[in-house]
Design a protein around this ligand. Sequence first.
Ligand code: TRP
Length: 443
Amino acid sequence: MTNKARAHWGSKLGFVLAAAGSAIGLGNIWRFPFVTQQNGGGIFVLIYILFVAIIGFPVMLGELTIGRHTQKNPVGAYKSLAKGWVWLGYLCVAGGIGILSYYGVVAGWTVGYLVKSMTGDLDPQGFGKFLANAPLQIGYLVLFIGITGAVVAAGVQKGIERMSEVLLPLLFVLMIGLIIRAFTLPNAMEGLKFYLMPDFSKISASTFLAATGQAFFSLSLGMGAMITYGSYLDKKDNLVTSAIAVVSADTLIAILAGLLIFPVIGHGLGKGGPSLVFVTMIEQFSQMQGGQIVAILFFLLLAIAALTSTVSLMEVGVAYLVDEHGLSRPKAVGILMVPLLALGIPAALSLGAVDSLSNIVGGKGFLDIMDFVFGNLGLTIGALFMCIFLVYRWGIWKAAKEVLSGSPGFGKYVWVWKLLLGYVVPAFIVSLLVYNLYQTFAG
Ligand code: TRP
């Protein structure tokens, strides 16, 4: 492998689409609406946008900078910058595998529901039965991880970039079409009011913490995905405008997802949570004129969003195996299948199919625990140490020098970046960790 030039993106737009594709996912269309619903509607949306700017953006720029500077996967990147920090790279690789194994389960549901909507089998009561069906759960997981593996094996330019160039514009068109349909529904005004009118009485500490967690997850931060994607960037690319483009695209799609979901469900209450799109939306589709077509397009939208994200999760591990162990991409994908399925299959069976996996502690099943460990603790810990590393070990000016190559105007803002990465982001992450651990073990 060493005699081959390292992969690079074909164009800056290709990179922006791929990175936006990583960020835009189930986190935007499935998670953002129900987290908004649980945290007071409009006021959460406002706080979220603020947090994306002050927490998400500086961390995104930090990850891209580490990646582009080292031109390596997270393990290689930390190893080459400071030997003692290589564990953080391994945490990234483990995190990518951990998240993908359960994210792939939910991604599989979107394909399952795409098939259900095509065959006209849309029963709001059917979700529990679907989750309890072991062969279907495993089948859709394997299918989704398999498609992801095929894209990743095809390469950075020929696989990931090319797929993103086709799917992201399609996702946008589907979204706009569905929003137009949603706005013509009788419940639309009521739903939009809940979504867009901030009610300041609903702010509490947990609103801020939910916004922090959602920002990391939605922007694909804390797990080296952006280090990896940044490592395929060229020295002359402008990291600042790239990060702005990715962060804005992700936030735009999250906000649009709310404009699609809330007019359909009509109000902020009702059955929310993770079953929001698989139960509440189905109830509405089954009563709506042309509901079957709307359902097909909606689940296609979800499946596309999920695929561009699962690809980035797998790419972290693949880049590691390719860079550090000299494997070919297809071989690396094959090896990753082992831990992915070893963790993914129990997750797939943990929502009713197998009792012992579905209730491990306090009513939480294997998938819930994976989400807590990797999607919640892992991401925030990964982001926290990335910030500490960048500011206090590598040094903000060394990092800034990398940003300046391609964005010469950045010099004036380095102190803001240092303030945010060195103090503001760590303070929010530590509060979030303390709060979550307290909730889990004492609450
Ligand atoms: N951001 C994606 C979403 O919103 C999920 C995702 C992809 C992710 N890659 C990641 C989350 C890396 C954390 C880290 O659905």
